[in-house]
Design a protein around this ligand. Structure first.
Ligand code: XMP
Length: 518
């Protein structure tokens, strides 16, 4: 039996940075879980964490309805790290004084540390940390002493050595904090005694055991395989655990990129054998979107058709009582709340399954990636040996190429985006730029312009190229593709793809534009 990894509990007081704290802890090879700040002491003890982190939050501890912590938390004998609101609530709960600061402190602030404190061991005496607060501690609770200060703040950090309670006013988790990660690692390794046992190899072994335990000796599982990273890694992992007792349903809606269906077929019949069902629904989807040009109607129809196809396939299967999904941790946690297990991955293209189908899955939901962040999912995929292209696949919208044909969809127009997209991908790879651009694709505009080919005038389509860089897809910049790469892409597309006589490059940021054109 594999040992459970050591775990840190992060109590979420609603900060926008809570997920980031969790990612930093994981990057330090320590498992952690985000839980609502209202968690009871019994629940905390049942999880037996090696440390607790209190996140920041938007409230003021002086407000009557501000979230609180049970004072018993500080007597559990588990080390505590309070960050921002987590520091203020600790001070407030244990009898210190929190007051509104004369001025809001925001941005990069030089902080001087007591490097004798285990929290700051090995750090420079003064370095820049990121601050964002209106309230601050002006008097520490009994037994606490200040271990860091800035020009405006006497208590940038405080600690109670015997009780192993540490608090910081700044945000070590953001990259603007110069030695924030060193500080977090000090908390994890020096104070909580973590050993760095959270590795993807260990995760895979535990996940395989957990899947086998959940589905039993002869349980059967169904999974909707989209070809995306999450569902592919989930399928590979479950295939390792139970082989062909896993049925993967891949709905080929005809809006996939060139070669994708073939690659899914190859991987999940070869290297990771499962019972693969490829539902050829290309005509069915084309019929469903015929004559539709409104983007939202397209999305809704495709989403509904997708569920209908999946449900049709599910109804054909006998004795399959478990539904597997590639749910990942960001789907499970949201700042300020931790969502329960959804019956179907909440996804803006797919609604819930029809009742009669949902009722078939009496065994429940199998979600082996539910505790992983995206980068961890990719590492699991690599560790399992999935093809590089599948593991590092760029984001691809659920409705696929359908929203990259502006306006009405026809098979000819789909062929134009599919072929041009393949050329674009090929040239980006040849130029070695795959790792530098987060998403890139072609869009068939609904506009035709005049061109000339030989002695003939043409009247053909304008094709757009979009390539963006981003951290989170909330804001994006357009990629500065080298001119010679753009030039080669343009020449190849107009030469090789019929009915395109003009190429434009999209040089808009988001906002105000979005990534997709529809
Ligand atoms: P936008 O266009 O909203 O895109 O800036 C942000 C990211 O989301 C993807 N996207 C979608 N994904 N279904 C999806 O599953 C959709 O309808 C959809 N629309 C946009 C887009 O590709 C980008 O990665």
């Amino acid at each position: 039996m594999q040992q459970k990894p050591q775990g840190i509990l992060i109590l979420d007081f609603g900060a926008q940075y809570t997920q980031l704290i969790a990612r930093r802890v994981r990057e330090a090879k320590v498992f952690c879980e985000v839980v609502p700040c209202s968690i009871s002491m019994q629940e905390i003890q049942a999880k037996a964490p090696v440390g607790v982190i209190l996140s920041g939050g938007p409230a003021s501890v002086l407000d009557a309805d501000a979230p609180r912590v049970d004072p018993a938390l500080y007597d559990l004998g588990i080390p505590v790290l309070g960050i921002c609101y987590g520091m203020q609530i600790t001070a407030h709960t244990l009898g210190g004084v929190v007051e509104k600061a004369a001025e809001r402190e925001y941005g990069r602030v030089p902080v001087t540390f007591d490097t004798q404190s285990p929290l700051f061991a090995g750090m420079k005496e003064t370095s820049v940390m990121w601050m964002s607060h209106t309230y601050h501690v002006t008097q520490a609770p009994a037994g606490f002493s200040s271990i860091a200060h800035s020009e405006n703040c006497a208590f940038c950090a405080m600690s109670h050595l015997q009780k192993r309670i540490y608090c910081v006013q700044f945000h070590p988790e953001v990259t603007h904090s110069e030695e924030g990660q060193v500080m977090l690692q000090n908390f994890l390794y020096r104070i909580c005694g973590c050993t760095g046992d959270w590795t993807m190899t260990a995760f895979i072994d535990q996940a395989i055991e957990a899947i086998r335990a959940q589905v039993g000796e002869d349980g059967r599982v169904m999974l909707g395989l989209s070809g995306g990273v999450d569902s592919s890694v989930a399928a590979a992992l479950i295939s390792r655990a139970i082989g062909s007792r896993l049925t993967c349903v891949y709905v080929d809606h005809g809006f996939m990129r060139k070669g994708e269906t073939e690659s899914v077929r190859e991987v999940f019949t070869g290297q990771f054998p499962v019972n693969l069902v490829v539902a050829d629904a290309r005509q069915r989807f084309l019929d469903r979107v015929a004559g539709i040009s409104d983007p939202e109607t397209k999305r809704k129809r495709i989403g509904a058709e997708f569920v209908a196809c999946f449900a049709d396939e599910a109804r054909k299967l006998q004795n399959v009582t478990f539904l597997a999904q590639g749910t990942i941790y960001p789907d499970v946690i949201e700042s300020g709340s931790v969502k329960g297990s959804a019956v179907i991955k909440s996804h803006h293209n797919v609604g819930g399954l029809p009742d009669d189908v949902a009722r078939r899955f009496t065994g429940g939901v199998v979600e082996p990636l539910r505790m992983l962040f995206k980068d961890e999912v990719r590492r699991v995929g690599e560790e399992l040996g999935l093809p590089h292209d599948m593991v590092w696949r760029q984001p691809f919208p659920g409705p696929g190429l359908a929203i990259r044909v502006i306006g009405e969809i026809t098979p000819d127009k789909l062929a134009i985006v599919r072929e041009s997209d393949a050329i674009l991908r090929e040239e980006i790879a040849l130029a070695g730029l795959e790792g530098d651009i987060n998403q890139y694709f072609t869009v068939l505009t609904n506009t035709r312009t005049v061109g000339v080919m030989g002695d003939e005038r043409t009247h053909d389509y304008v094709l757009g190229i979009r390539a963006v860089t981003t951290d989170d897809f909330m804001t994006v910049d357009w990629a500065r593709l080298p001119y010679d790469v753009l030039s080669k892409i343009s020449a190849r597309i107009v030469n090789e793809v019929p009915h395109v006589n003009r190429i434009v490059y999209d040089i808009t940021t988001k906002p105000p534009a979005t990534v997709e054109w529809e």
